[in-house]
Design a binder for this molecule. Structure first.
Ligand SMILES: C[S@@+](CC[C@H](N)C(=O)[O-])C[C@H]1O[C@@H](n2cnc3c(N)ncnc32)[C@H](O)[C@@H]1O
Length: 197
């Protein structure tokens, strides 16, 4: 089983030889997701759910942008829970088990960044359905397809084509509306035809 411990995050997030993203790239990504959610909702976002949140790098960027935001993280890593759980409101849980967590509200922005490729297909199906139920705005869900030939941590990487991912999102009732961004179309019936896939 894959272990997401301190050395994992050191290697893939901070070691200049292996790290796969930069602070600036992350900040641009967060701004894009927040802006899209606020554009579609027509108001500032108030609640964020971050599934497979990790250390969690989205938290400080979101707090800087929207200090009053209510953030909930979910992760299964013992290291993440011990080090950040209390201070950053991270709940113990898995992607596939998201629906059992009784999170008790819907979220303006649901984030799942750099996680799906490490999750088995049956759990992806369950987790996406749970995200749909918890979604009150925009879901930012990164899905790296075989065609993307991604580099980085390839250990226990589940290969899926773009067509397979599209099928998974469609079956979960999530419609693409921007880069890695999804909505429940029935709740955004004001969207014009070319604003979504
Ligand atoms: C590559 S890190 C991404 C962390 C963060 N989302 C980011 O954008 O940097 C993957 C994270 O997903 C978590 N994770 C992996 N599989 C998971 C699962 N099935 N359920 C919940 N969390 C999972 C790991 O513990 C780790 O924190």
């Amino acid at each position: 089983m894959k272990i997401y411990d301190r050395s994992y995050f050191e290697r893939w997030y901070r070691d200049p030889r292996d790290r796969v993203s930069t602070r600036d790239a992350l900040a641009r990504k967060v701004r894009m997701a927040v802006s899209l959610a606020e554009f579609l909702l027509g108001r500032p976002i108030q609640t964020v759910l971050d599934v497979g949140c990790g250390e969690p790098p989205w938290f400080p960027v979101l707090k800087r942008m929207r200090p009053a935001i209510r953030y909930t993280g979910v992760d299964s890593s013992e290291y993440v829970l011990a080090r950040f759980g209390k201070a950053r409101n991270i709940r113990r849980g898995t992607f596939g088990g998201l629906g059992t967590l009784r999170l008790g509200r819907r979220f303006d922005l649901v984030v799942c960044a750099d996680v799906l490729q490490y999750v088995e297909t049956r759990d992806v199906e369950r987790g996406l359905r749970a995200i749909r139920a918890l979604l009150g705005g925009v879901a930012y869900i990164e899905a790296f397809a075989t065609e993307d030939a991604m580099v980085g941590d390839r250990d226990e990487w589940r290969e899926r084509t773009a067509a397979e991912y599209r099928r998974l999102f469609r079956r979960a009732g999530l419609t693409q509306c921007g880069p890695y961004s999804f909505v429940k179309l029935d709740e955004f019936d004001t969207l014009n035809a070319l604003e979504h896939a």
